[in-house]
Structures are given as C-alpha cells and as structure tokens.
Design a binder for this molecule. Structure first.
Ligand SMILES: Nc1nc2c(ncn2[C@@H]2O[C@H](COP(=O)(O)OP(=O)(O)O)[C@@H](O)[C@H]2O)c(=O)[nH]1
Ligand SMILES: [Mg+2]
Length: 375
C-alpha cells in the first residue's frame, strides 16, 4: 500500500519534471526547425543569390548551426531518460545491493516497456557483473546496467550496406501511421548525403494523400517520385507502380529505390497477401530484389511492436527495422524488448527516428543510444 502511494506521488513529481524538460526540448527543437526555413528559403529565393552577405546573415547562420545528432538523440530520448533517471536515481543513490533493489529495478524496466524476456536477461547479467566485480554499493550499479544494456543492444547494430546491388531496392512496410512515408523522406536525404542517387516509388496507392505526401518529400529532396496516375478509371496496383519505378531506376542508373507501401494490420489477411505479391513482383524486376525488406515500427506501440516484427517477418522475411517516434515516448525500453524476443539473434535495427524533421533519422548505435538514455 505504502509503496503504491509513494510511487504515485513520485510519479506526479516526475511527470512535472518530464513536462518541464519536454517543454524545453520542444522549444529547442522548434527553434531548430524554424531555423532551417530561412536557409532553405535563401536557396530558392531568386534575389538571395545576388545579395551581398551581410553581417546579419552571418549572425543568423551562426545561430542556426545544425544540432549534432548526439544532441538530437539526447533531446529525442528526453522522456525516456527522465522517466528512467528519476526512478533509478533513488535506486542507485547508494546503499546495499539486495533483493529488494533487484525487484524495484525489475519493475522500472518493465514499466519502460523492456518486456519480460529482456528484463530477466538484463537482471541476470547485472547479477553476474555484481558477483564478478564484487560490487557492494548500489551507486556502482548504474555503470553496470549501462554495460549490460550495451551488450544486449549491440547485436541490433547492423548498419545497412547498400553497395551490394545497383539499384539497391528497399521495400518499406508496416502498419498504418508508424512513419513509413516520413522515414522514406528522411532516408532519401540520408542516402543523398552519402552521394547516392535516390528514386521513390509511391506504392501506397490506397490513399491519394499518401501519394501527395511522398511527392512532397521528393520535391523537398529533389528526388524523382514514380507515382501512379490518379484518374478515376485507373486501377492502381502497388506492385505495378513499384515494378515501373525499379525499371525507371535501372534505366537512369539510380543507386537506391525506396518503395513506399500502404499500411496494413497483420490480421488483414488479404492485405498481407497483397504485400507478399508486391515483394514477388519486385523480384521480377531484379531477381534478387528487394535487397532490404524494412519494417517500420512506432516506439509508442510498446510490446505490440514485438508482435508486428513476428507477423511481418513470417510474411515477408524482414531484413531490417526502423524504430520511429522515440522522441514521443517515455518507453524507449522497447528497443531492448525486441532483443529479448530474439535472444542472441535479433533483427537488424537499421535506423531510429527521433523527430519529424528530415534529419531526425540515423543509423542505430548501441553505445550512443545507451549514453543518451542515461547521461
Ligand atoms: N515525433 C515523431 N513523429 C514522427 C516520426 N516519424 C514519423 N512521425 C509522424 O508520424 C505521422 C505518421 O507518419 P507517416 O509517415 O505518414 O506514417 P505512415 O502511415 O506509416 O506512412 C506523421 O505525422 C509523421 O510526422 C518520428 O520519428 N518522431
Ligand atoms: Mg504512408
């Protein structure tokens, strides 16, 4: 009873603290997002080029120096970090390492959506470390937990190598609203920044808005988008659109094709059959394609994300994951939950999304991730 009330009170305080830091984080993100506008505007403005660089412009540029991804990752993980650190600070403040402490830690990890398997695994590893290193003070546990987490998450860290094929075809899939189309926009920018040419295939033929959304991302990144005709009589088959896009990419010597698809629930059997067909047809354009079947997951869905991995993998042999919206959740533990589900051999977590901006997607790095969670 007492513990319940205590934790409730703590939670209210934590929530206030999280809110305060989140507001600060939002302000920082907004000022950064806003700051990107004048730079872009300068590029497209016809008069800007001829204007001499004034001291005012220089000042604006200095102010708007892009935020490094480490800071962005930290900012994006604010909620999870706040949630964890407030709870852990009491626990790791000092004192004896006893069963009660392990139990409390178990609860904290579970409420961060770490999942039963991963939590058990982490605690086992922690106990081993405590024994091996002869730790007696709870204050030493933070470093030990970080070490256990990094070790657990390391196998997820398998960056995508797109040099094995030209064009390299990436099929993007997942349920509705997880961030597929947005991630494609971000990926286009990411690959371009590596000097690669990109083409987008508007394979979500379900909603006209999805097509428009992808075209907008294409325009923003100056990338060709192969989209279906929108005439009322046209029956737009997603497989056909993507097939055409791959052929266009071959003809134009494009390096990377990003194929968008409509969101679907894994329980919608006919839609799962449709996506299997899309995959088969891609293989007709290039025999070993798609070279990557990328499943996009929303970090807010917690344990559900784990279920989605299983179901999409059964249908499509998923080769990589993108975990989006880590900025919007206090439950970043889902990353560990995925590991817990596949002990020793988790799927590759290619990228994580920590915001809606075009730069808010980066390859997953276990060390950076754990650092951003704790420090
Ligand atoms: N905060 C946040 N929002 C995101 C992220 N990725 C996508 N979104 C938002 O999620 C919503 C759905 O994204 P969309 O790409 O249309 O999802 P789709 O249905 O899977 O294609 C949009 O409002 C996006 O801006 C992310 O990493 N962080
Ligand atoms: Mg979409």
């Amino acid at each position: 009873m007492f513990n319940f009330f205590k934790s409730k009170k703590n939670r209210a305080e934590e929530e206030k603290a999280v809110e305060r830091e989140q507001t600060a984080a939002d302000t920082a993100l907004n000022s950064q997002a806003n700051s990107e506008i004048p730079q872009d505007a300068t590029k497209t403005s016809p008069t800007a080029e001829s204007e001499p660089e004034t001291t005012k412009n220089v000042a604006v540029q200095e102010e708007t120096k892009p935020m490094g991804f480490t800071s962005k990752l930290r900012l994006g993980l604010t909620r999870t970090r706040q949630n964890l650190s407030k709870q852990l600070s009491g626990l790791f403040g000092g004192g004896k390492i006893d069963e009660e402490l392990y139990e409390e830690l178990e609860t904290i990890l579970l409420t961060a959506d770490t999942g039963v398997n991963a939590t058990t695994q982490l605690l086992e590893d922690l106990r081993k470390q405590v024994k091996k290193k002869g730790l007696t003070d709870a204050a030493d546990l933070k470093a030990a937990l970080k070490e256990s987490l990094v070790e657990m998450l390391k196998p997820l860290e398998r960056p995508l190598d797109t040099t094995t094929s030209n064009p390299f075809v990436i099929m993007i899939t997942g349920v509705n609203g997880v961030g597929k189309t947005t991630s494609i926009g971000k990926l286009a920018k990411y690959f371009q920044s590596q000097g690669k040419s990109v083409l987008l295939a508007a394979g979500d033929t379900f909603r006209a808005a999805a097509r428009e959304q992808l075209i907008a991302w294409g325009e923003r990144n100056n990338v060709t988008v192969i989209a279906p005709d929108t005439g009322i009589d046209k029956k737009n088959d997603p497989a056909a659109v993507i097939f055409d896009a791959i052929n266009a990419a071959k003809a134009r010597g494009i390096d990377i094709v990003l194929a968008d698809t409509a969101g679907r629930l894994t329980t919608q059997m006919h839609l799962m059959e449709e996506i299997k067909k899309v995959k088969r047809v891609i293989g007709k354009a290039i025999p070993d394609a798609p070279h990557e079947v990328m499943l996009v997951l929303d970090a807010n869905t917690g344990q559900n994300a784990v279920t989605q991995v299983k179901a999409f993998d059964e249908a499509l042999d998923v080769t990589g994951l993108i975990l989006t919206k880590l900025d919007g959740t206090a439950k970043g533990g889902v990353v560990a939950a995925i590991c817990g589900q596949y002990p020793g051999n988790p799927p590759a977590l290619r990228f994580i999304g920590v915001g809606e901006g075009v730069d808010d997607l980066r390859p997953f790095n276990a060390n950076d991730f754990v650092d951003a969670l704790f420090d």
